[in-house]
Design a protein around this ligand. Structure first.
Ligand code: IPE
Ligand code: IPE
Ligand code: MG
Length: 239
């Protein structure tokens, strides 16, 4: 029997989703405020986006703020929203250099108008880039996304017979982006926390104990290498 390492590695994942967790614990371990963890988490996000782009990954979705994260203290929520407002568009040169196209997943209507404007601006400015597509899941919840999709189908007068998996898939936030092949979670927790519930039905999961602010290119490479040795069956049987 060949060892896992000797098995020929399979293809790169086309779409990688990351649940960026552990900012608060990273800060607490250093006796710093949780907000400092989010600031370091932002730097880690930029490192990992660069790494994904360098690896030739086509789609990366970063879970940045969930529909449940509004439960947190107003100060922490405000800090995270401010980071998005200050840095999302300001990194335009970085996106341009790397030909990164920005998208959004989640409920835009539930975001402050000035955040929405930043998101819409950066999506428009990067729309023609053909490198990595980076989707920011902000005010995102998997259940919320499915509810919004069904609402939009119903508003269009869909009949019960026409309500198929394809119809729902076509009304999710980014119907043109393929389902994630690999979902990564940092900071050691084994749960999806409402991330890409519909799309990740057959994603491979990878959990790393490393807190998100400590993530570097090599953590992403390790996750991708691990994925390449997996056998995906999609409910079928391997001959
Ligand atoms: C992830 O880090 C960032 C967000 C959820 C916005 P956390 O803030 O959840 O960090 P922990 O889980 O408390 O360590
Ligand atoms: C998931 O992390 C959401 C994001 C990373 C944006 P949480 O820290 O909110 O998840 P739970 O509360 O531990 O499930
Ligand atoms: Mg957390």
């Amino acid at each position: 029997m060949p060892t896992a390492a000797e098995v020929e590695a399979g293809a790169l994942p086309v779409h990688v989703g990351i649940i960026m967790d552990g900012n608060g614990r990273w800060a607490r371990r250093r006796d710093l405020p949780r907000t400092q963890g989010h600031l370091e988490g932002l730097k880690a996000a930029k490192r990992v986006v660069q790494a994904a782009s360098d690896l030739g990954i086509k789609y990366l979705t970063l879970y940045t703020f969930s529909t449940e994260n509004w439960k947190r203290a107003a100060e922490e929520v405000g800090f995270i929203m401010n980071l998005v407002r200050k840095y999302l568009f300001a990194e335009l040169d970085f996106y341009r250099r790397n030909r990164i196209r920005i998208r959004h997943a989640g409920d835009l209507a539930g975001l402050a108008p000035e955040i929405r404007r930043e998101i819409e601006k950066v999506i428009a400015e990067t729309a023609a880039f053909t490198g990595l597509t980076l989707t920011l899941a902000l005010n995102y919840g998997g259940r919320d996304e499915v509810v919004r999709a069904i609402r939009s189908l119903m508003a269009g007068g869909i009949t019960p017979e026409a309500l198929t998996e394809e119809a729902i898939r076509g009304h999710l936030d980014n119907p043109d982006i393929p389902d994630p092949d690999l979902v990564i979670r940092s900071a050691g927790e084994y749960r999806s926390s409402n991330f890409l519930l519909w799309e990740a039905a057959y994603a491979e999961f990878y959990v790393s104990d490393t807190y998100w602010p400590d993530w570097t290119a090599s953590d992403l490479s390790a996750a991708v290498q691990n994925y390449r040795l997996r056998e995906r069956r999609f409910g079928g049987i391997t001959e």
